[in-house]
Ligand binder design. Structure first.
Ligand SMILES: *[C@@H]1O[C@H](CO)[C@@H](O)[C@H](O)[C@H]1NC(C)=O
Ligand SMILES: *[C@@H]1O[C@H](CO)[C@@H](O)[C@H](O)[C@H]1NC(C)=O
Length: 246
């Protein structure tokens, strides 16, 4: 819709006749968003438990977009606090839990995972902490998403930086490989874009892992910008009814 808008703006500047027409309001977009990942998606250690999700919601609502969150876990003070964030869990575990959320047919999936896979502690990085192997699992999870919801859009996040030196080295190796997933899949026609959460530094976290409140907010803005930069024809109307919450 943003592409449409900029086309409209250039049309306006070219045509003195159109220039007198009343400004057209942006058409509200129906978004059923699945926040998929680990504790950062869950909003762990954020004061209100909303993490990035409330800021993202408010940014989208300001544009008139209609937003429903998908997911089968919830946390945070916001009313629609649903997500699929699994604190302390790896890509493989997140993938094992994803089917119930994917059944809600999100038209956008925000996937940010791998932080726990890079942890040196084998009771956390249960599949090992090798960055390349983790990237392969991440690619498998992306494939799983498109198989379950072929018309969805995936925004794939690079992960934030980490205070622990060893984990940070692996995190940087992991992050270097994330764009390859996006490029390969986009080349084969899948609707996937990269979103860079590695702009968040270890000194912008509260505990060396989880963003501080200001940077949870920044994450909300970054997801928002990622959604708004999508090609206008990528976002399909959500399939089926919104998830029933009771
Ligand atoms: C969010 O989750 C954390 C950790 O499980 C919990 O301490 C907190 O009470 C939850 N907050 C809300 C508002 O649900
Ligand atoms: C925070 O960390 C980044 C990356 O290591 C560094 O460039 C920056 O100077 C640090 N900022 C402060 C205030 O320490």
């Amino acid at each position: 819709m943003y592409n449409f808008r900029s086309l409209l703006v250039s049309a306006l500047s070219l045509s003195p006749y159109l220039a007198t027409a009343a400004p057209t309001a942006a058409i509200p977009t129906e978004l059923r968003i699945l926040p998929l990942g680990d504790s950062i998606t869950y909003g762990y250690a954020s004061p209100d438990g909303n993490g990035y999700r409330l800021k993202l919601l408010n940014d989208l609502k300001a544009d008139g977009d209609k937003v429903v969150f998908a997911g089968t876990v919830h946390n945070g003070t916001m009313v629609d606090n649903w997500n699929a964030g699994y604190p302390g869990k790896t890509i493989q575990y997140i993938g094992s839990q994803a089917p119930s959320s994917l059944k809600q047919y999100p038209n956008i999936v925000l996937l940010m995972a791998g932080t726990n896979d890079m942890n040196a502690n084998p009771s956390i990085s249960t599949e090992g902490d090798d960055p390349k192997a983790a990237i392969s699992r991440l690619d498998t999870l992306v494939g799983q998403i498109f198989k379950a919801v072929p018309n969805t859009v995936v925004l794939l996040g690079k992960i934030p930086n980490i205070a622990d030196a060893g984990q940070e080295t692996r995190t940087q190796q992991f992050n270097k490989l994330v764009p390859g997933i996006v490029t390969n899949r986009a080349n084969s026609g899948q609707h996937i874009k990269l979103v860079d959460m590695s702009v968040i530094q270890a000194n912008q976290t509260i505990d060396g892992i989880h963003p501080d409140e200001a940077h949870y907010q920044l994450m909300g803005d970054i997801w928002y910008q990622g959604i708004k930069a999508l090609p206008s024809d990528w976002i399909q109307k959500p399939v089926g009814p919104d998830p029933v919450r009771s």
